[in-house]
Design a protein. Sequence first.
Length: 325
Amino acid sequence: MFEVKYRERPKTPLITYRLAIDEDGKGPFVAREFLSWKRVAQSHPFKFLDFSEGTGGAATGDMPDEKDTRNEERLDSRELLAVNTLGQFAKHPRVAALRRFITGWYLSYLSADHARGVPEAGPQERLDREGGNLPNVIQYLKEQHPQRLNNILNMLKQRVPRLERVDVEVMPDGRLLLQIKDAPFEKPVMARFVSDGTLKMLAYLTLLNDPEPPQLIGIEEPENQLHPRLLAGLAEECRKAASASQLMVTTHSPYFVDLLRPEEAWALYRDECGFTKAMRASEMFGIKTFMDEGASLGQLWMEGHFDVGDPLINSDGPRTTVLIR
């Protein structure tokens, strides 16, 4: 069973999406799926999309309610999601909005090794999960958003001493070569010879300064291959990006946690039934008091002051601290 509660915009009605997956001898299938909301606070929830095992109906219109016509539909298979199918039709704008939101989620685990690749030339708007198309995104920004690219490179120069420029070049065989030039040297070097930290920082700055950012961005363990002193600038860029997207960053680095406010950090843990839960650091006993006296959040985490998520104190196993904005 999955349940997501969300608002499309501030002060709009709260929408609930519930999805139940079951399994029989033929395999897994969608047992139940519905979207509901309350147009008026005192009213009963109205299911404007309701399907069971591939059969159901959905009300059309921009603000569906009980008075609207519900079109009965039957999907080609009970394994299909009604939200994904009906969300492609303009007559179901609320369903389409949820589909766009979910399909627009961006989850990354950027790797310097993948960023060193030499992909086929051609501009691409967004980094893939591991950053293998970084040259393509740089090419896109160079052609369509040159000022945005210039801002990214200026931020990179502040973090990488003596870096002069970043460029892409289309090779004779149609592949795209990412090149980075240091000021002391006459010629740029290929990305394959650039340090892991420089490539990772370039990839993160590119992701966090997307001209059309996704609504939800997930970044996993950004501290890998980065000097600890570079994490402060990265954390600040995350805060800026959070003004346009919801941002979730998982980390095992106390240096990164040190840069967070207690209301920004959550500790993930498993309960006795094996389900993952989250607790905000600001809600843990003593955390705010310690920080008022000069302690940092990362220090408190490492010293075992978090109520949950410590593999040496709790029996729930190691868990990651999460930044959610």
